[in-house]
Design a binder for this molecule. Structure first.
Ligand SMILES: Cc1cc2nc3c(=O)[nH]c(=O)nc-3n(C[C@H](O)[C@H](O)[C@H](O)COP(=O)(O)O)c2cc1C
Length: 493
């Protein structure tokens, strides 16, 4: 137990240390000794240290089988969690890093694989953008983020097979588009968000990813591949952060997407344990022809509470600049509060916000956030009512809001407690609105106000111009259906 903790602490320490610093470690400790240290403490690390530098699916499999081997007493040892024993948790040797650095330069010298031009080129630079977030990045959250100033919004990850074969229906009253299989909604969008909307796909299969992207292409402005989710539901089937260990597959999926759709393609990754490995992977991704690379500045094994390692992003931003491709910084962004620090420390002009936006969507506002309870909650309830958004997810969004500190909030502790209790006991938007004395029926007015705000942005003009040059889908290609009033649209994403 103690040894395990010590190993984790050592690995964390070394992860946070850029390779140049490690090489010039004040202790003068040679690289070989540091590797031995790690190997002695962790047999899995020893297996990886002996393995070739480039991790593959096979190495993951062999590690899993090593760790589940029989004990001397013949009892099966409990298999170690894959996320703690994979090659992604081992810092490479200096020799391996040097090889990666050389390979990175080779990749940078090669021409783009796909030189695409798009009718609507998304602008990824100079923006605070909303991160993809399962459950928290649903339609009301995206509309609120755009309202307060988010430059682009990502959908939550949706797995390729989930969207393939989905039916598309349009609510005749609101224009809201729902992709669903039978009664279950998979994904919901309002046409107003299309110029700023990026659809994130979870996939481990190039053909399925391309098929999934084609299904939603008409309603979004970009497609993003999730290569950062460390949760077992994603990684067990080779998706999300598992793709960091299978870079050839990752690139094949990007190539399939670049081939399949006529809108920009992007990719979201995490840092690898080694800085040069991270650069090499980034160089390979940038070479494909993607329009943006987002880097969550944590490694796969880091916990959300650990500080994002912004200082490791500068190298990747530099590669992006050499290629003319945007790189977005993700991790610990707080909106305008620390955007300038992120820009200065990383060189990235855009920051992607997840938890800070989940806690208060007004964090995107150039004037700083507003009190979420008194100002954001009324808007959220009105959007939810208008969009017929499920109470379950609306309540979930409300429960993620963190009370704004004074002077933003003038509510007393007792008043906040009462609001929380009202959210907890309510069974519908209407019931909560009544408890909090919030006037409903303002959803359409909110959408109109949002549309006016979005139209005032410079990107709107470019978007309108691109529509003039793009053929509208033929009527038979747009499947419209009346929404059955008896089956409310349950927005899952
Ligand atoms: C509730 C929640 C859901 C998430 N879902 C996704 C997802 O679907 N796809 C993805 O790439 N990352 C997902 N993430 C990770 C975030 O996009 C982001 O990379 C991470 O939270 C770090 O950013 P932060 O420090 O600003 O929170 C999720 C994070 C949270 C908190």
């Amino acid at each position: 137990m103690l040894i395990g903790r010590l190993t984790a602490a050592l690995n964390r320490l070394r992860l946070a240390m850029p390779v140049a610093l490690r090489a010039a470690s004040p202790t003068g400790e040679p690289a070989a000794k540091r590797i031995r240290l790690s190997s002695e403490l962790d047999p899995a690390a020893a297996a990886v240290a002996a393995a070739p530098p480039k991790p593959t699916n096979d190495s993951v499999t062999s590690l899993a089988s090593t760790s589940s081997s029989s004990s001397p007493k013949g009892k099966k040892k409990k298999p170690k969690q894959a996320s703690k024993t994979g090659p992604w948790s081992v810092v490479p040797t200096l020799e391996q890093e040097a090889a990666s650095a050389a390979a990175c330069e080779e990749a940078m010298a090669l021409p783009f694989e796909f030189e695409r031009k798009y009718a609507h080129e998304l602008v990824y630079s100079n923006k605070l953008v909303l991160a993809p977030m399962v459950r928290s990045g649903t339609l009301p959250a995206r509309l609120l983020s755009l309202y307060y100033g988010a430059g682009l919004v990502w959908t939550p990850e949706i797995v390729d097979k989930a969207i393939i074969g989905a039916q598309r229906t349009v609510d005749p009253e609101t224009g809201i588009i729902t992709y669903h299989k039978g009664q279950g909604a998979i994904w919901t969008t309002h046409p107003i968000e299309k110029p700023f909307l990026i659809f994130q796909i979870g996939s481990a299969d190039p053909a399925l990813a391309a098929q999934a992207a084609k299904v939603v292409e008409q309603d979004v402005s970009g497609i993003d591949l999730n290569c950062g989710c460390p949760k077992p539901f994603s990684t067990h089937s080779g998706m999300g952060a598992a793709l960091l260990s299978t870079p050839d597959l990752l690139l094949d999926i990007l190539r399939a997407l670049l081939r399949a759709v006529d809108i920009p393609v992007s990719c979201k990754i995490r840092l690898l344990p080694g800085q040069q490995d991270t650069r090499h992977l980034a160089a390979r991704i940038l070479r494909t022809g993607v329009r943006n690379l987002t880097v969550h500045c944590r490694t796969r094994d880091m916990r959300p509470g650990e500080r994002a390692i912004w200082e490791r992003l500068g190298d990747v931003v530099e590669l992006g600049k050499r290629r003319g491709i945007n790189v977005i910084c993700n991790g610990d962004g707080e909106g305008t509060a620390n955007w300038n620090t992120i820009k200065t420390q990383t060189g990235a002009s855009s920051a992607m916000l997840a938890r800070s936006a989940e806690n208060n969507p007004s964090v995107f506002s150039p004037d700083g956030p507003v009190d979420n309870i008194t100002q954001v909650v009324p808007k959220l309830l009105n959007i939810a009512e208008y969009a017929k958004h499920s109470w379950g997810n609306t309540k979930f969004l409300l429960m993620q809001y963190r009370p704004s500190p004074p002077p933003l909030s003038t509510l007393s502790k007792q008043q906040r407690k009462e609001v929380n209790e009202a959210i907890a006991r309510s069974k519908s938007v209407e019931e909560l609105a009544e408890s909090l004395r919030i006037e409903l029926g303002q959803g359409k007015a909110f959408i109109d106000e949002l549309e006016a705000k979005l139209r005032a942005r410079p990107e709107w003009g470019a978007w309108e111009a691109s529509r003039a040059t793009t053929a509208e889908p033929k009527p038979e290609e747009v499947k419209e259906a009346q929404v059955d009033e008896s089956t409310p649209i349950v927005a899952a994403a």
